[in-house]
Ligand binder design. Structure first.
Ligand SMILES: [Zn+2]
Length: 486
């Protein structure tokens, strides 16, 4: 609540800020507001080729988090923007860690609630170098793919945002709202240098009513785009410690209250538990749309999930068919870390496990704890909710003009494949933005196969260069329709 009020205050402050002279001039001979067909400047093949170079350079700047070191990448981007005559600003977050922001203005009077934010993160997850077939920071091009950590997540999006932003500037596009470029740091760890702090310190620099971020994807199935998942909401992460306490002692004389045994039994029960299914409105719409695209059998079960006679069975079939679908339908609980024991011949007094919980928006962690307590039913085992749980944010609207534009462009550009509203099981910076009344929608615009998507956070991450170019083009068209006066 405090955060939200601070956000509103910053918003009002931003509205009264003086305006720098970066007003986009009107195109010669074309008065503002007159209708124009999509002009040839929206041919993005040249800028996409340049952006491939930026992406390769960004991959070569190792921003594995920890420690991040995003400042070097932020400076690199500032250099590109400066060359284009765009004033960019480095926002220092911690030693060696920075974000970078720039703005193209639509008018002399700032209207933050109308502004469109193009946001992506500079940091990546680390690599297990020995498992890669190429240098993860070498930006190797092979068989039409650009390989490297961050190629998809999220440097591809940084480069695509940059390409679209710079083409707006070069074409002197007549904007009907400010367009803001923001590259953030510390997204993957979400620590003290992350968007939470960025908003607290610098909100007025990028306050916006709308944002395009990562979070949703364009999914290829059987060689063509099946649908684009536009992320409008995300699950909320929390951790629960499972703590078993017993009597410590000599391992030569085992006791029944061995903490390791009680912990193991509790984790085994939790591991087979499924929380009840609950349909959020976004998930309901997602499955309604997807049912029409899947094969007859799966489609039939998707449509039956809320029927009274076959609903439960249908939910089981769909949950078993895909870990993603399972996680979209319910709170999930994944044991991730075990800690116990000090020596081979000592029974420890305590044994601990961590449960990583992903809640459906609106669900409460205390309900999960209650249900797990009943399930474990062991007086030697306690469940403790850990600090720093995520905050539930409101979902972004599916009825807005913004969602409508994305959905229209996606379907037109991907041969009629629909946009489906998507509730990601993973976290993005969008939750923090939504807490500040930003209509944030997630769409990484590159059409990707399951195989390519799986490499994110894995080995041999890569992006097909043709998919990158296509993504730049689609993003440019979305921004053109939403933010350029016609
Ligand atoms: Zn990411």
């Amino acid at each position: 609540m405090v955060q939200i009020l601070a956000g509103v205050a910053a918003f009002l402050m931003a509205a009264s800020l003086p305006v720098a002279a970066q007003v986009a001039p009107e195109r010669p001979g074309i008065p503002a507001g007159s209708p124009v067909s999509t002009p040839p400047r929206w041919d993005t093949s040249a800028i996409a080729k340049e952006a491939r170079g930026w992406l390769a350079d960004l991959i070569k700047i190792n921003t594995s988090n920890p420690p991040g070191n995003e400042q070097i990448a932020a400076m690199y981007i500032m250099g590109i923007l400066t060359k284009e005559g765009i004033k960019a600003e480095i926002l220092d977050m911690a030693p060696g860690r920075s974000a970078v922001v720039a703005r193209l203005r639509s008018s002399a009077v700032a209207q933050p609630s109308r502004a469109l934010l193009l946001v992506a993160h500079l940091d990546t997850v680390p690599v297990e170098k020995s498992r890669w077939s190429v240098d993860p920071f070498g930006a190797v091009v092979k068989d039409g793919y650009l390989y490297g950590r961050g190629a998809i997540d999220d440097k591809g999006m940084v480069a695509a945002n940059l390409a679209v932003f710079i083409s707006l500037k070069r074409s002197m596009a007549h904007l009907n709202r400010d367009v803001i470029f923001l590259a953030t740091d510390d997204e993957e760890v979400g620590g003290d240098a992350s968007i939470r702090t960025l908003i607290a310190k610098h909100w007025e620099k990028f306050a916006a009513g709308f944002a395009i971020n990562e979070g949703g994807n364009v999914f290829i199935k059987n060689g063509k785009v099946q649908y684009a998942g536009v992320q409008a909401d995300e699950k909320v992460a929390a951790n629960i410690a499972v703590v078993a306490r017993g009597t410590s002692g000599h391992a030569s004389q085992p006791t029944k209250d061995n903490a390791v045994v009680h912990l193991a039994a509790a984790v085994a029960k939790i591991g087979t538990y499924s929380a009840p299914v609950r349909f959020t409105s976004i998930v309901r719409r997602y499955f309604e749309g997807l049912a029409a695209l899947e094969d007859d059998d799966i489609g039939k079960w998707m449509r039956s999930m809320e029927t009274s006679d076959r609903g439960e069975h249908a939910q089981r079939v769909i949950s078993d068919a895909s870990p993603l679908w399972n996680a979209m339908l319910r709170d999930t609980i994944a044991p991730t870390v075990l800690t116990a024991g000090v020596a081979n011949n000592v029974i420890p007094a305590e044994a601990r496990a961590n449960l990583n919980v992903r809640l459906l928006p609106g669900d409460s962690i205390s309900t999960v704890v209650n249900d797990l307590n009943k399930l474990v039913n062991d007086p030697l085992v306690r469940l403790e909710v850990q600090p720093n749980a995520g905050l539930a944010a409101p979902s972004s609207s599916l009825e807005s003009e913004f969602y409508g534009v994305i959905s229209k462009v996606v379907s037109r550009e991907f041969g009629g494949a629909p946009a489906l509203p998507f509730q990601s099981t993973w976290l993005t910076d969008s939750a923090q933005l939504r807490l500040y009344q930003v209509q944030a929608l997630g769409l990484v615009p590159f059409p990707l196969t399951q195989d390519d998507l799986k490499r994110m956070h894995g080995d041999d991450e890569r992006i097909p260069l043709a998919a990158f170019d296509k993504g730049v083009d689609v993003l440019a068209k979305i921004v053109n329709e939403f933010a350029v006066a016609h």
